[in-house]
Ligand binder design. Structure first.
Ligand code: F6R
Length: 243
């Protein structure tokens, strides 16, 4: 798998924003698989700039987010719904709210909601470009180590390391939800093209395992070796020492 070092996170973010922009430019009804998290902030900012400067019509674009916390309503400030509104959907006019999908973390029956989301992906997909971040433990979406490669959208118990990493978005670590609904590894692999982004020293080990390790559920991102169209972009700090 080719890992491309684009130098700085700003450069890499702009590069990936351009890929999304071009996708939407060439296909009005593009389907995008979107991620949240710190890694994506600059990328969405660059994307909004590109959309704004070029006034691209995005009314037919359909988006599918990877995951949402169980127990948070769409209005909760730390929900991924709010993250997406704040960073993209409220920043550029024209996205159709009915075409911007995330799992409903407040659903009465989360298992049922996970099944509904997977059916939606099957009906509306496949996704043209799936954007991914990566956890320090190699998770993609919220597919933690040990998640079966054939998993579809499901309810997940978050690991202690993920709860710790995400506690920065909450007032108190105790407020971080312990569960999420996440696209499964098989759901992610259905995308036509996958772009993974990783920045910073703390992601170097996960990227090294992706670059050099076996394909194993212990490092969920290694499933990407089995996909024909994957790009991985990193900054200097996350670039493995491959010599
Ligand atoms: C978010 C997601 C997660 C993050 C990963 C990295 O939708 O699916 O897999 O991409 O936890 O998070 P950051 O970017 O905050 O380091």
């Amino acid at each position: 798998m080719k890992i491309t070092n684009l130098g700085t996170s700003t450069q890499a973010s702009f590069y990936v924003a351009t890929a999304l922009y071009k996708q939407m430019l060439h296909k009005k009804e593009s389907k995008l698989g979107l991620a949240t998290g710190g890694t994506m902030l600059d990328m969405y900012e660059s994307l909004v700039t590109l959309l704004d400067k070029n006034q691209l019509d995005v009314s037919q674009v359909e988006t599918f987010n990877l995951d949402e916390y169980i127990g948070l309503t769409a209005e909760h400030p730390a929900s991924y719904h709010q993250y997406m509104n704040h960073i993209l959907f409220d920043q550029y006019e024209g996205f159709d709210p009915l075409k911007c999908h995330l799992p409903n973390g407040a659903a009465e029956d989360p298992e049922c909601e996970a099944a509904r989301y997977e059916s939606l992906l099957d009906e509306r997909g496949p996704v043209d470009i799936q954007i991914l971040g990566i956890g320090q433990n190699g998770h993609i979406g919220f597919n933690e180590p040990g998640t079966p490669f054939d998993s579809v959208t499901h309810c997940v118990d978050l690991t202690e390391s993920t709860i710790e990493a995400n506690s920065r978005y909450f007032d108190d670590k105790a407020d971080v939800p312990k569960q999420a609904i996440s696209m499964g590894l098989r759901s992610i692999m259905k995308a036509k093209r996958i772009i993974l982004l990783a920045f910073g020293e703390q992601k170097k080990e996960a990227i090294t395992q992706l670059a050099t390790g076996n394909i194993t559920p212990d490092v969920p991102a290694t499933i990407l070796h089995l996909h024909p169209n994957v790009e991985v972009y990193v900054d200097d700090a996350a670039m493995p020492d491959l010599s």
